[in-house]
Design a protein around this ligand. Structure first.
Ligand code: PLP
Length: 488
């Protein structure tokens, strides 16, 4: 051996003494393996025979042999008639061990937006969180139970890559009735929320290096999806009619992400003229519009606005939907709807890229929609959120005394309050100490230095009884906030 007997047995005795719940054989195995990997025991050095080892350590030979056998099986020891010796292992170079200490991701990952904290249970004013306490849990439990009882073990294998057929059919029917989209189940792919749908579209429809337009300010998930796949991002300003794009823009985009029904976070509704112009532009430039039909279920005045996907028979539009806001976020079920020709073209790729799972939840959701509970829940939530929005507007006009402008449009679950010149990140950070979680408006811009400032206040999850005190607290924080030069 290359180390003195004392040191060698000391090492094993220490491992035995400190082994906790490990068996004796396992403790010896770990101690020897670690000594070999760290080169305390050098390659080719001979170990004492198992009889000697057993005597010295006051263990049975079986115990010692179990450890030596395992090390031999894994290739750390070589055993022959004379006993065991340490195998020669390739030595890790110093620079290889250094990379384990600090791993560099590809540079594009440094451009990812900062993730938003999503506490559970949600703090007051958290944007994008529905009133989960109104979700009919007993009914959901019954549906899950019914699906498992009726389908049993048959549901435990992989499902179809594009998702459960009954759910895709239910979604197609629902969209035809409520969103003016004539589609069938073959055009629907179930995803883990809209974010996975967006990642999938990016993967299927673009090459790294191509350009993607995102709304500025806009949903940070769109930036994450595009940046992580190596697309070049171009921010498009948003006004009261939605994306304010120029047809002269170079390079022309391959993907255009938009939330035309209720722009996130400013709340504008894209005008018919803009929609037509954007469709025309996409046709001419071989671009795909990714339509995030965000909040379309929660419009509080006028008729529902039909989706862009349904506006023209061969519109170059892929539609994203989710149940995160209409039911509950942890369900993680969303969907993509593609025009017929695209759905056909991507089918082999879908089989290669996706695996059908979460089948019980998908089946239960299909029943929830087909048996009318979804429409009923949506109607109840629409009433609740409409009322809450009115109450939040009242609370703002009573208790927010700093100069501000409220936007947020006719629907949804949030209001955006523009407050010029404040350090809104500071306010959002301080607000958390008071159990309030509005988001900083500047967070949704590509360039925070050029951003408007203010707060995005979610009311989906917040009972109206907390509005006045919550706004008073925010008002005090805003008054104390450091100023920041912004676009107001
Ligand atoms: C604008 C917008 N679109 C889509 C989503 C979808 O999220 P999910 O991946 O939970 O379906 C969100 C969620 O925060 C959002 O804010």
């Amino acid at each position: 051996m290359n180390i003195p007997d004392d040191a060698f047995y000391g090492l094993l005795e220490k491992a035995i003494a400190e082994r906790g719940n490990e068996t004796l054989a396992r403790a010896i195995y770990h101690a020897l393996r670690s000594a070999i990997l760290t080169h305390q025991l050098k390659a080719q050095s001979r170990l004492p025979g198992s009889r000697t080892l057993a005597q010295q350590l006051l263990l049975s030979r079986n115990t010692v042999n179990a450890a030596l056998d395992q090390l031999t099986t894994e290739g750390y020891l070589l055993r022959d008639r004379q006993g065991s010796r340490v195998a020669t292992l390739p030595t890790a170079r110093d620079d290889v061990s250094a990379t384990v200490q600090s791993v560099d991701l590809p540079p594009r990952f440094s451009q990812l937006p900062h993730g938003t904290r999503r506490d559970s249970p949600a703090l007051a004013f958290t944007p994008g969180t529905p009133a989960v306490n109104y979700f009919p849990l007993p009914l959901w439990r019954r549906l899950l139970d019914r699906v498992l009882r009726e389908e049993g073990h048959a549901l435990l294998g992989y499902g179809e890559s594009a998702g459960e057929q009954p759910l895709r059919e239910a979604i197609a029917r629902h969209l035809t009735l409520s969103r003016g989209i004539q589609c069938d189940a073959r055009q629907v792919i179930i995803t883990e929320g809209a974010l996975e749908g967006l990642n999938l579209c990016t993967q299927l429809l673009s090459e790294s290096g191509q350009t993607a337009w995102v709304e500025n300010p806009g949903y940070s998930g769109a930036r994450s999806a595009f940046v992580s796949r190596g697309l070049q991002i171009q921010g498009i300003d948003v006004d009261d009619e939605g994306m304010q794009f120029s047809t002269q823009s170079h390079p022309s985009p391959r993907l255009i992400f938009t939330s035309p029904s209720h722009q996130f976070p400013l709340g504008s509704l894209m005008s018919a003229a803009r929609r037509m112009a954007l469709l025309q532009f996409a046709h001419e430039h071989g671009a795909w519009i990714i339509e995030d039909d965000y909040d379309s279920e929660f419009r509080y005045s006028g008729e529902p606005i039909p989706a862009m996907l349904g506006m023209q028979p061969s519109a170059p539009v892929v539609y994203l939907g989710t149940f995160s806001k209409t039911l509950f976020p942890s369900l993680r079920i969303g969907f993509v709807v593609m025009p017929e020709a695209l759905a056909k073209a991507v089918q082999p790729a879908i089989h290669a890229l996706l695996r059908g799972g979460h089948r019980t939840e998908q089946r239960a959701l299909a029943l929830f929609i087909e048996e009318g509970y979804y429409a009923r829940h949506l109607a109840a939530m629409r009433r609740l959120y409409r009322k809450r929005q009115g109450q939040l507007r009242d609370a703002l006009s009573q208790a927010l005394t700093v100069p501000h402008r409220v936007s947020g449009g006719e629907g949804g679950m949030h209001l955006t309050v523009q407050i010029p010149g404040i350090d809104d990140s500071w306010v959002a950070h301080q607000a958390r100490l008071h159990q309030l979680a509005p988001a900083a408006l500047s967070h949704y811009y590509l360039d925070q230095a050029q951003s408007k400032t203010g707060l995005v206040l979610g009311y989906g999850n917040t009972s109206a009884s907390r509005f006045i005190t919550g706004i008073q607290t925010l008002n005090n924080l805003i008054a104390a906030a450091p100023s920041r030069r912004g676009q107001g």
